[in-house]
Design a protein around this ligand. Structure first.
Ligand code: SF4
Length: 180
């Protein structure tokens, strides 16, 4: 078993969708080594090896893995968040157990797409960034025409987790800049 336990460290409600909850868990073990194996088997996984981060979505929520942390989002209650954490823990351990039969992938499988970015934007289409939609902002981020601080909503405390994930996805060092 690679991951023996986790501890919920934060539970927050999403501002953009009050029906959504985000749950953060600290891990008792380092899961870095399983990430390339998950990258090989999880559909639509977005792996950023430079920062050891892997993101993916399933029907019941969004998941972000780091060496010592799991974040789950887009769930409707804390109980569902815990269920999703348990699912991810089992996925990690099952994958680790059968790693000898999996060819790990140590690189990002495909380029980040705008929809990958959109998953972590507020999705209010408030236009405060000067663009008509959050999707347009995602496209502009990828083209380097906008930066994360250009979305004022992302500086709110409630979006800390999303902002950090976006910073990792885009491999920028500006997440702290947004938070100032
Ligand atoms: S500022 Fe732009 S990216 Fe941010 S929530 Fe508003 S429309 Fe979306």
């Amino acid at each position: 078993m690679l991951l023996h336990d986790y501890k919920v460290t934060k539970v927050g409600r999403s501002l953009c969708n009050p029906e959504w909850i985000a749950v953060r868990a600290g891990l008792g073990d380092d899961i870095s080594e399983v990430l390339p194996y998950l990258n090989a088997i999880v559909k639509n996984a977005v792996y950023t090896p430079e920062v050891q981060n892997l993101n993916f979505k399933i029907d019941t929520g969004a998941i972000s893995l780091m060496p010592r942390e799991i974040n789950v989002g887009q769930v409707t209650c804390e109980e569902d968040g815990i269920k999703l954490l348990d699912y991810v823990k089992k996925l990690i351990n099952d994958t680790w157990e059968r790693r000898t039969s999996i060819s790990p992938i140590y690189e990002r499988r495909e380029e980040i797409k705008a929809r990958d970015i959109l998953d972590f934007l507020p999705k209010t289409n408030c236009r405060d960034c000067g663009l008509p939609t959050c999707f347009a902002f995602a496209v502009a981020l990828l083209k380097g025409q906008k930066r994360l601080p250009d979305c004022p909503a992302l500086s709110k405390l409630e979006f800390t987790q999303d902002r950090e994930t976006l910073g990792r996805l885009l491999q920028t060092g500006i997440t702290e800049e947004v938070a100032k």
